[in-house]
Design a protein around this ligand. Structure first.
Ligand SMILES: Nc1nc2c(ncn2[C@@H]2O[C@H](COP(=O)(O)OP(=O)(O)OP(=O)(O)O)[C@@H](O)[C@H]2O)c(=O)[nH]1
Ligand SMILES: Nc1ncnc2c1ncn2[C@@H]1O[C@H](COP(=O)(O)OP(=O)(O)OP(=O)(O)O)[C@@H](O)[C@H]1O
Length: 271
């Protein structure tokens, strides 16, 4: 092993992972606001452990001086999606970005691996601004569905435990579970519209609840104490009866009350 200072060597990779995680989480939040649906469910990232870099460099026959170019996943990001179609959309968004360059794409969804592994990979070049200037690092972005992730996580643990000696029957059973995950993804895609509608209805309902409660609070600031107490009673009543239609009417009523209270004070602040 060489005498390199691994802590310093890994610094730009750590920075790249932190920045990319923030960027993809922000992309999720932005798309959710703009389009009400984000193709990204959640994002994780990690810097490869030194032991894993050493093991991979030996396996791939990469000299330690060449790990920066010879090992593409020292910085790794993983983006989880609900549906297979979302993966293509996320890949499109990544290709369009100006803050990174996509070098290689590996489509293990169309061409899944012998193990049963499915995911879409992108190897990117990402410029990190360090105290010593700009440094471009390679990073791997794995994009997969929740089902693909579930399978790969379990399979990774088993492969790590058994290494080359994973018993044949276990290997065969894992392949079968990969097929089950594939069927699950297809089934979910088939009822995608219904799932999205249900998720939207849930979000709409929770927005109505939070907006109503927030406006009731604001009524107190305008000394509409009696109205606020009445509205709270109506809220409790609707909530007990799971009456979303009643809550929508209540929201309109409290908005009206607040608008009236604000009238004259600041006409721009009408709800
Ligand atoms: N769980 C699981 N993960 C896999 C499998 N194949 C690839 N991966 C993941 O995908 C990454 C990149 O795989 P490849 O595209 O094959 O890259 P590679 O550098 O040519 O080969 P690896 O030695 O597998 O890293 C791996 O580091 C794993 O995180 C698999 O069969 N099972
Ligand atoms: N791109 C990635 N983004 C987020 N997590 C990852 C990524 N790649 C691997 N991981 C996770 O990091 C942990 C350590 O994996 P490690 O880097 O040692 O192996 P690997 O990438 O799966 O395989 P290999 O050594 O063959 O590249 C595992 O939990 C793995 O699932």
């Amino acid at each position: 092993m060489d005498g390199r200072d691994w802590g310093t060597f890994l610094l730009p990779y750590e920075q790249a992972v932190e920045e990319l995680k923030v960027k993809f989480k922000t992309m999720r939040a932005e798309l959710k606001k703009r389009e009400e649906y984000a193709p990204i469910e959640f994002v994780t990232g990690r810097v490869k452990k030194i032991s894993s870099i050493l093991e991979k460099s030996r396996r791939l026959n990469v000299a330690l001086d060449d790990v920066e170019t010879g090992i593409e996943d020292i910085a790794g990001i993983r983006i989880m999606c609900q549906f297979v179609d979302d993966i293509r959309r996320v890949a499109e968004y990544i290709r369009a970005r100006k803050d990174l360059t996509v070098l290689i794409e590996k489509d293990y969804i169309t061409n899944f691996k012998e193990s049963g592994y499915r995911s879409f990979h992108m190897i990117i070049e990402y410029p990190v601004q360090t105290a010593l200037g700009q440094k471009k690092v390679l990073a791997e972005i794995q994009i997969r569905t929740l089902a693909m992730n579930f399978w790969a996580t379990i399979e990774h643990s088993l492969s790590y435990k058994y290494r080359e000696s994973l018993p044949d029957d276990m290997r065969a059973r894992l392949k079968k579970t990969a097929e089950a995950a594939f069927v699950l993804d297809n089934e979910m895609s088939a009822i995608r519209l219904q799932i999205l509608e249900a998720q939207k209805a849930f979000e709409d309902d929770s927005n109505i609840v939070s907006r109503t409660l927030s406006i009731i609070q604001q009524l107190y600031f305008y000394h509409l104490v009696h109205e606020a107490i009445e509205a709270q009673k109506r809220f409790n009543d609707c909530w007990e009866r799971h009456d979303m239609e009643g809550l929508k009417v209540l929201l309109d009523d409290v908005k009206q009350l607040l608008n009236n209270a604000r009238k004259g004070e600041n006409p721009d602040e009408q709800l």
